[in-house]
Write a protein that binds this ligand. Structure first.
Ligand code: NAG
Ligand code: NAG
Ligand code: NAG
Ligand code: NAG
Length: 471
């Protein structure tokens, strides 16, 4: 590590500490106990739970193809750049356009999406869409409710491979846990993502989402206690559920953590860069570098600054051009899956995903026309100091962290993660990146079962779902 690196680390650590000390002098943040994000004046929610099926019209599919056909591409690939270091490579762009236009079958994706039971209900004035998948009747003695929270630029489609492993583990997976346990999965679309309605007023942030998801699981579906799991924004949401409603959770499980820069964590990261053997118990972290983490995040987070400031500007063009939307979203599935993929001609996109899978993620944004609304979620977070402080405050609920080796930036060492949350279960996954459930569903599912075995003892009370509901 050079002098510049050490200085950079010191500056970051100091800035983080000053920021923390300032915010820790403030009054504790009082999170709002209720909210209303529907149009106009607050109205009572229609609490009905309605079955839901996705059904995009033929006209919309034709219109997408027309736009792909007439897409305007005005640049040449640089002669001596053949990878993703400048962004989406043109050769790969043309391949994906051709596939989306001529081979991709939305109806097939739609049927796959509709294979799981879906519902909508109204909470805090907005329509909330969710998957609700139960284990086969009478097959498992213990059924634990599990909330799965997605992030950006994803949606509930990320969970399609992991859900059957969670709801029926004996079916697909060599069981490493008592076969009497299975999960009842509730996977909502964040308001403004997928088929959930966007807020009509600002403020629908990671605290409001935690409150809305808790209302869904506890008040609408009648589960008093559950496990909440998430990555990306999903990890901020489930962390906040643990901070706000500890009495309703057995525990919180994450596959990515936001390190918000607390004093102790920063000092550990700094010391760990200089003398890893004294700081980190696991030799895996001997080469851990705060500088690499910081620089990698700077390289990959330009999008974040735009979305945290002017989402309603960037979102206009993305909603108008399927190809622009595709490049913007799918590029993230390259580097966030493995930073090394930046140096591959095709961004390594097909190493871990199929074209169909990636285009289904994009098509969901396209047909719902909500990329802009999904981007506002960054502004809601970064423009609100209270939300940031609260979401970075110590999480007391028992927390499981399954850390994939190729997450955005570097893996956060357990010693550092423990400054942020009561990490009672920590797993170094052998493979996987930021979209962990989508990429490596089996090891992640296994880890959720192992975590549940620690926090949710056998014999949890059955669901108190209201009589007469369709669930
Ligand atoms: C979708 O809508 C069309 C036209 O309204 C209808 O014919 C078709 O059966 C619907 N498909 C599904 C899966 O609901
Ligand atoms: C591309 O070629 C130019 C001109 O020779 C050179 O200055 C530049 O560094 C090269 N870029 C890469 C990535 O090789
Ligand atoms: C750390 O880096 C050294 C030198 O590059 C390498 O030999 C070693 O395998 C690395 N250790 C780990 C745990 O990755
Ligand atoms: C962490 O969770 C465990 C299990 O619920 C609890 O016993 C312990 O007190 C918690 N620790 C902290 C620091 O909150």
């Amino acid at each position: 590590m050079g002098l510049k690196g050490a200085l950079l680390i010191l500056v970051v650590a100091t800035a983080g500490s000053v920021f923390y000390l300032q915010s820790s002098n403030k009054q504790p943040y009082e999170w709002p106990r209720n909210g209303y994000f529907g149009p106009g004046h607050p109205k009572q929610d229609d609490t009905t739970i309605r079955p839901f099926k996705i059904n995009v019209s033929e006209e919309e599919i034709k219109e997408l193809k027309r736009r792909l056909q007439t897409a305007r591409i005005g640049h040449e690939q640089l002669e001596n750049v053949s990878d993703f270091t400048f962004g989406f490579n043109k050769k790969t762009l043309l391949q994906f356009r051709d596939y989306w236009l001529n081979k991709y079958d939305w109806r097939k994706a739609e049927a796959q999406l509709n294979a799981f039971p879906q519902f909508t209900t109204q909470i805090e004035g907005v329509k909330v869409h969710f998957l609700h998948v139960k284990p086969p009747a009478n097959k498992y003695k213990t059924v634990i409710p599990l909330l799965l929270a997605h992030g950006w630029p994803g949606n509930v489609y990320e969970f399609y491979k992991i859900i059957p492993l969670l709801t029926d583990p004996n079916n697909k997976l060599k069981p490493t846990i008592p076969s009497t346990v299975a999960f009842e999965v509730i996977a909502p679309s964040i308001p403004g993502y997928g088929w959930s309605e966007a807020g009509h007023k600002s403020g629908l942030n990671q605290i409001a989402t935690a409150r809305i998801f808790k209302k869904l699981v506890v008040e609408r579906l009648g589960h008093d206690k559950f496990i909440a799991q998430g990555g990306d924004w999903g990890s901020a949401i489930v962390g906040n559920i643990g901070r706000m409603y500890p009495e309703h959770v057995y525990g919180i499980h994450m596959n990515s953590v936001f390190f918000m820069g607390n004093v102790k964590g920063n000092l550990l990261l700094l010391a760990g860069t200089i003398v890893p053997k004294l700081v980190y118990a696991n030799r895996e972290f001997d080469n851990f570098s705060f500088k690499t983490l910081f620089l990698e995040i700077i390289k990959e987070s330009g999008y974040m600054h735009i979305q945290a400031t002017k989402p309603d500007t960037i979102g206009v063009g993305l909603n108008d051009s399927p190809l622009g939307l595709m490049a913007y979203i799918i590029e993230k599935f390259s580097t966030w899956t493995n930073a090394g993929y930046r140096n591959l001609p095709d961004g390594g996109l097909l190493n871990r995903f199929t074209q169909d899978e990636l285009l289904t993620i994009v098509s969901i944004y396209w047909f719902n026309q909500n990329i802009l609304q999904s981007q506002r979620y960054y502004r809601e977070f970064f423009a609100d100091q209270g939300v940031q402080d609260f979401s970075g405050s110590y999480l007391k609920a028992p927390t499981g962290y399954a850390s994939p080796p190729h997450d955005l930036g570097e893996r956060i060492p357990p010693e550092v993660a423990k400054t942020m949350a009561n990490v009672t279960h920590f797993t170094l996954l052998q493979e996987g990146g930021h979209f962990t459930a989508f990429e490596v569903p089996v090891p992640l599912a296994n880890d959720i079962f192992n975590f549940a075995a620690k926090v949710a003892p056998v014999g949890v009370p059955p669901s108190k779902a209201k009589k007469g509901s369709e669930l």
